[in-house]
Structures are given as C-alpha cells and as structure tokens.
Design a protein around this ligand. Structure first.
Ligand code: NAD
Length: 454
C-alpha cells in the first residue's frame, strides 16, 4: 500500500511513499520502548521546554506548514494557517499545564495518606484522519507526550507529507528519537501493531467503520482505546435566535474545512416561526460562498479531498432529491480540474433518504423545520451519533433546555462547536468514547494509580 498525496485542487500527485517494511516497524517500536524508559523519568519542566520549542518552530514555519496542509487536502490557506496556530497554542498549553493537570490527588480514606498518581502508560498508537492532518495528531500528541508517553502515528494514506512534517518538527525541536514517530502502515500492519505487547494503548480519529475495526482489535488485545468518530451534529435555531449572527455562523459551521469536519453542523433544525426567514437568508448566503483555488485569500471553500468523497456526497444528494428533497441552492459538482462541489442547501429531505440519515462529509446542509424547541431537541437526538450540537437563541431558558436536552458529548450556545485545549472533546453513541484535551483527555493515557499508606 502506497501513501500518496494528491493535490485536490490540481489533481496532481505531490509525493508517494511506500509502506514501512517489517524491519523498519520493528526498529521504530524498539526505539519507542527504549525511549519511554527515560522519557517517563524526564521532568515536566524539561518536557515542557521541548514542547514549547516545537510550538515556536511551528509558528516560525506557519506559511510553509499551512501550504502543505492546503496542498494535501484542499482546505483554504487561511484556514490552514488557523489550524497550524491552533496546534502551536495547544502545544504551549500542555507544556505549561500538564504538571498541574496530572498532579497527585490526595483522597481521605482510612489510610494515613492515600490518593491517585497519574503515570504514563507507554507507547500510544494513534490512527488519524486527513481532514485536520496536523491538528488531529497534535490534539493527541501534545497531552500524551507531556504526560510522559511516547507516540507512534499511523496517518491517513493521503497526507504523508503532514505526517512526516510532524515527525521532523518534534525531532528538530529536540525531542529524543522515539518520543514521536511516524509509520506508514497498511491495515494489516496496523492490526499487528495493535496486537504487539509493547503497544500500551490506541486512539483513533476517523469514521465509524474504522472505529469499529480498531476498537475491536484493541478490545481483543485488552488495550486501552479512545475513539473520536463521525457525527451529524444539529444546529438548532430557536424562537429567540438573533438571525444576524446565526446565519453567517450557520454558513461557516457547514462549509468550514470545505464541509469536511466531524463537528461541522450538518442538520439545521429551525422552529417553524423562524423558518422562512432562516431558509431564505441561509440559502442566499450559501449561494454566495466563493468556491475555488484554496490558496486565494478571497476563496471561502476549496475542493473536496478526492474524487471518491465528491462522488459520495453527490450520490447522497441525488438519492434524496429522487425521494423528494428540494435543492434550494447548489447540488452539483463543479466542472473542470479539482474536486469542487457547490455549497448546497436541501429542504424537505425524507428521513429515509441518504442525506436524511447518513453523515454528510461535504458542503451540503439539510434544513429541517419543526414546531417548537422540544421537537427540535427530539429531532437532534434522533440519529445514531452524538458528537456536538449547537443552539442559537438569545433567551437563556431556551439555551438551558438545549444544553440539558441534546444528547451529545458537547453542546455550544451561540457559538460553533469547536475544540479548545481547556475543555474536554469527544462524543457519545456512535461518535465514539473517551475524551481528548483538558484534564480528562490528558488522563486517558495514564495509569490512575491508587496509593494507600496505612
Ligand atoms: P477513515 O476512517 O477512513 O480514516 C481514519 C483513519 O483510520 C486513517 O488513518 C485510516 O487509514 C484508518 N482506517 C480506515 N479504515 C480502517 C480499518 N478498516 N482498519 C484500520 N484502520 C482504518 O476516516 P477519514 O475519511 O480519514 O475521516 C473522515 C471521518 O472521520 C468522518 O466520519 C469524520 O466525521 C471522522 N472524524 C472524526 C473526528 C472526531 O474528532 N470525532 C475528527 C475528524 C474526523
């Protein structure tokens, strides 16, 4: 299996790498084991200095790192720069806060002294997706490495440059060899590595299918596992919504990252009394989205990642239209070079059609009209997923009802669902389990060791 980067805007092959050989994989795992023995003893202060240096390097290399992201998966250069800066910010956050987040906890008990210490687990294997090729990996790596673990990255096959860049960044920052390594692995080699006793834990960010496979392999080998999977998040527009802020945010929530974000809003649920206004203004704003060259600062949305993803989203639209959905704008592939797709709004989407029941990983918004907020919450909860949701309202009681009622790992009010280093990130139901970021995230790959001194 080759790891091939193809620029989705130009359809040109950028680079191709063969999978690592069994000997190379063995050397990387052996190195990880050796390095872990000393890395776990390295003081937080020293680990933090290296992590801060990596953040500084990333900031210094902002333009080239962002251009790499844009070339490999097509997000706009502006958004790619945002991703790079977010990585640097998160590295700095864990450099500064890891020690306090993992501090010894004293718990009163019959002992004279007892409590919990958080110790690193060892080698953590990270299986990552292409859509935020640096961020997803850093979201795992910065806290895990600061906790004293070592990491092996198995990235998606289409972002090999980003994978190699991250490995090189940590080495150039001065991290000992083996604290963070990239391996180009096919799925069988990955399964073998999950089964290897020297790998302590696994984390996967990606689709439900990949989560089921890797989660099952981790389970069969009794390995700790965190899964961050897909979603079909609801964006609820309540009676008291301020449309002037809601409409532009609805557009951003749907088209960010060219529509390919797990936490993008995918279903827009609007109460009847505000529905005409919302549909009209949202459709107008979506039809004005500038689709084109992702390096152009005027562009709002670049291409989809590859031909298959574009065909998939188009098939989902066509299926729903055939079953009665109404295309308010978009709904077509854009002809010419590059995997471009129009920003699309669908209404009257039958629940049993593909856009009505599948994750839409592209710039297609489904708008659903309901009687009231209670029905909106019921509809928001009627999917197999539960990653993040948002409520758009000025009335605090509507906000409270949504935060309490929406079944998901995260609920945001008057803000787009997003991750931030201070808060836990993750989902429930088929969106996965476990949390990344915050105290909860950094503790996922630690042994919460109880101690008891009589
Ligand atoms: P994907 O599942 O195809 O790939 C993700 C990773 O899993 C890749 O490294 C891939 O090689 C690996 N993988 C895929 N199938 C596998 C298998 N059978 N066995 C072992 N490994 C396998 O996902 P993608 O297309 O790269 O990303 C899109 C999906 O990821 C969407 O569903 C999206 O919602 C989800 N996602 C979730 C989050 C989150 O934080 N919850 C973030 C980004 C993306």
């Amino acid at each position: 299996m080759a790891f091939t980067a193809i620029n989705p805007a130009t359809e040109e092959v950028i680079a191709e790498y063969p999978a690592h050989t069994p000997e190379q994989i063995e050397a990387a795992v052996a190195q990880a084991v050796t390095t872990f023995a000393s890395w776990k003893m390295t003081p937080f202060k020293d680990r933090g200095e290296l992590m801060t240096r990596a953040a500084q390097l990333l900031e210094d290399e902002l333009d080239s790192a962002a251009a790499l992201l844009t070339s490999e998966m097509g997000k706009t250069f502006v958004q790619a720069k945002g991703e790079v800066m977010k990585c640097a910010k998160t590295m700095r956050y864990y450099a500064e806060h890891a020690e306090e987040l993992l501090g010894e906890e004293i718990i009163a008990s019959p002992a004279s002294r007892s409590g919990i210490r958080y110790e690193p687990l060892g080698t953590v294997l990270a299986v990552m997706p292409w859509n935020f090729a640096l961020w997803q990996a850093v979201r795992f790596a910065a806290p895990a490495m600061m906790a004293g673990n070592v990491g092996i990255l198995k990235h998606a096959h289409n972002v090999p440059g980003s994978a190699l860049y991250l490995e090189s960044l940590f080495l150039r920052a001065g991290f000992p060899k083996g604290v963070f390594a990239n391996l180009f692995l096919g799925h069988q080699a990955l399964a073998d590595l999950i089964a290897d006793d020297r790998v302590a834990a696994v984390t996967l960010t990606g689709s439900e299918v990949a989560g089921q496979k890797v989660g099952a392999q981790a389970g069969a080998n009794l390995k700790k596992c965190v899964l961050e999977l897909g979603g079909s998040d609801a964006f609820i527009i309540a009676s008291s919504a301020d449309m002037d802020t809601t409409v532009p945010m609805a557009v951003t929530a749907r088209i960010q990252n060219n529509g390919q974000s797990c936490i993008a809003a995918k279903r827009f649920i609007v109460v009847k009394e505000r529905s005409e206004e919302f549909i009209e203004r949202f459709t107008k704003a979506m039809s004005e989205v500038k689709v084109g060259d992702p390096m152009d600062p005027e562009t709002n949305m670049g291409p989809l990642v590859n031909a298959e993803q574009r065909e998939l989203i188009h098939a989902q639209v066509l299926d729903s239209v055939a079953k009665g959905a109404v295309v308010r704008c978009g709904g077509k592939m854009i002809e010419g070079t590059g995997y471009y797709y129009e920003a699309t709004v669908l209404t009257n989407v039958p629940r049993d059609s593909r856009a009505g029941c599948e994750e839409l990983f592209g710039p297609v918004a489904v708008v659903e009209v309901v009687e009231d907020l209670d029905e909106a919450i019921t509809l928001a909860n009627s999917t197999p997923w539960g990653l993040g949701g948002s409520i758009w309202a000025t009335d605090p009681s509507e906000i409270e009802r949504a935060i309490n009622g929406v079944e998901s790992g995260m609920v945001f009010a008057n803000a787009i669902v997003a991750s931030t280093p201070e808060l836990p990130f993750g989902g429930i139901k088929k969106s996965g389990y476990g949390r990344e970021l915050s105290a909860m995230g950094i503790r996922e790959f630690t042994n919460a060791k109880t101690f008891y001194i009589a």
